[in-house]
Design a protein around this ligand. Structure first.
Ligand SMILES: Cc1cc2nc3c(=O)[nH]c(=O)nc-3n(C[C@H](O)[C@H](O)[C@H](O)COP(=O)(O)OP(=O)(O)OC[C@H]3O[C@@H](n4cnc5c(N)ncnc54)[C@H](O)[C@@H]3O)c2cc1C
Length: 406
């Protein structure tokens, strides 16, 4: 063990000794995962994030996966606050207590993941409000141009700029984000605002309800805004997947100020009419307890579900990572795990190849494509199972179908 650690420390020093530099465009989950893993092997890392202020209000619940917790533990980041449950409850839209299944699961929140990762990256390595506007390859260096005109040169550029990645669009103009045909309505309620009978119904369960005309809803407890996990200070998180035809999408993505969004509408920006329509629809579509949860939520928000699959992620010294590479369906609960896996395998490949950076990058790309393709396919299979339009077919749901990790 001691020998192993010693060997690792010696090998890690190659990147420090040779001043290996990495620029990361995008300071969310994928950017931060890569930053902590690459700093650990001695690379000098700089993250440039477009958003100027805090990024805490974005996401909601996340199912905890081993890839992420391992990355945090192995790179000196703090532990995630987690809630947990003993099993799942599957409900029918007509009502009843549903069926129970033993399946322990841990949950956290996007804010908690971001906070744990961000705390492990020193402030001097992270610049907020700094958009990367262009990336150019120059022999074995990459030059990233920032919005203020600064040019940052480094040995490697990681494009961690999310599902709408500008770098991906430049490198792979034929790869488009494809709308999957449904959206995720989401809501988060402070536990203290949830009526008692709903609290006890959702207690200790990861709860699912099929929806009458296709789609489904799920709910689970997540830590409170400050990471508190004691009963009474947690939050109840829900996601309801609903079919929206491509023709209706523009209307759904228009906020209360008539601004058209590309892929999501944040909390507080949905038109009152859209929230009222969602609440009116819920009792017709989903289990009454789920409908009550929707009804209790003052400020739901919305994300469209898109698919992105890439044939390659490496372009010289420019590497796509996280949602900038593959965007997998949320039913896999695997987006953050994929980001963590990619960061860990890149750091491992660079650490063992040392001076052979290009060999390491090819190896990282190979692993990324293998993992990304497998998760992408798995997500499609889950989406096809859960999101089929029940009015359009009567297929047997029970046979040989994949189980959602979500
Ligand atoms: C409904 C839903 C439920 C989900 N549930 C789960 C779950 O349970 N578990 C899970 O693991 N995953 C889940 N995911 C997926 C997960 O949220 C993503 O996979 C993950 O957050 C991707 O992180 P990212 O850093 O790659 O991208 P993003 O979080 O999109 O970050 C990209 C960052 O890049 C910045 N940026 C963009 N352009 C530039 C630029 N030019 N210069 C500088 N910065 C830039 C953006 O501001 C942003 O901060 C879910 C997704 C959805 C839609």
């Amino acid at each position: 063990m001691i020998l192993g650690d010693f060997t690792l420390e010696k090998r890690m020093s190659w990147h420090a000794e040779h001043g290996f530099t990495v620029t990361i465009g995008g300071g969310s989950v994928a950017g931060l995962c890569n930053a902590i893993a690459l700093r650990k092997i001695g690379a000098t890392v700089r993250i440039y994030e477009r958003v100027p202020g805090p990024m805490m209000a974005r996401g909601a619940g996340i199912v905890v996966q081993g890839e992420l917790t391992r990355l945090l533990a192995e790179n000196g980041a703090g532990a995630l606050p987690r809630t947990s449950c003993q099993g799942r409850r599957y409900l029918d839209y007509d009502g009843g207590d549903g069926t129970l299944e033993e399946a322990p699961q841990d949950f956290t929140s996007w804010e908690a993941i971001h906070a744990a990762l961000r705390a492990a990256v020193p402030d001097e390595c992270y610049r907020a409000g700094s958009e990367v506007t262009a990336v150019t390859q120059t022999t074995s260096k990459v030059a990233a141009t920032l919005v203020d005109g600064t040019i940052v040169e480094s040995d490697l550029f990681l494009s961690a700029d999310g599902s709408g990645s500008a770098t991906r669009r430049r490198m792979l103009p034929d790869v488009a984000a494809r709308y999957a045909g449904y959206v995720a309505w989401r809501g988060v309620l402070d536990e203290r605002d949830v009526p008692g009978e709903l609290l006890s119904f959702f207690h200790d369960r990861f709860t699912f309800s099929e929806a009458r005309s296709g789609g489904h809803m799920l709910a689970y407890f997540i830590p409170g805004r400050d990471g508190a996990i004691a009963a009474g200070s947690r939050r109840l998180n829900w996601v309801w997947y609903v079919h929206v035809s491509p023709a209706d999408l523009a209307g759904v993505l228009t906020d209360k100020n008539c601004t058209r969004h590309r892929s999501s509408i944040p909390r507080g920006a949905l038109p009152d009419g859209a929230i009222a329509a969602l609440k009116a629809r819920a009792p017709r579509e989903i289990h009454p307890k789920m409908a009550a949860l929707v009804s209790e939520t003052p400020d739901p928000f919305l994300q469209t579900i898109v698919d992105v699959r890439v044939p390659k992620t490496l372009f010289g010294r420019i590497l796509l990572t996280g949602d900038a590479a593959f965007v997998v369906r949320p039913h896999t609960a695997g987006g953050t795990a994929k980001a963590a896996y990619e960061a860990a395998s890149l750091a491992r490949a660079l650490n063992s190849a040392r001076a052979n950076v290009d060999v390491a990058l090819l190896s990282a790309e190979r692993q990324q494509l293998e993992y990304g393709n497998a998760l992408y396919e798995y997500g499609l299979a889950l989406g096809n199972r859960w999101l089929r339009d029940r009015r359009a077919d009567q297929l047997d749901l029970a046979r040989n179908e994949p189980t959602s990790k979500e």
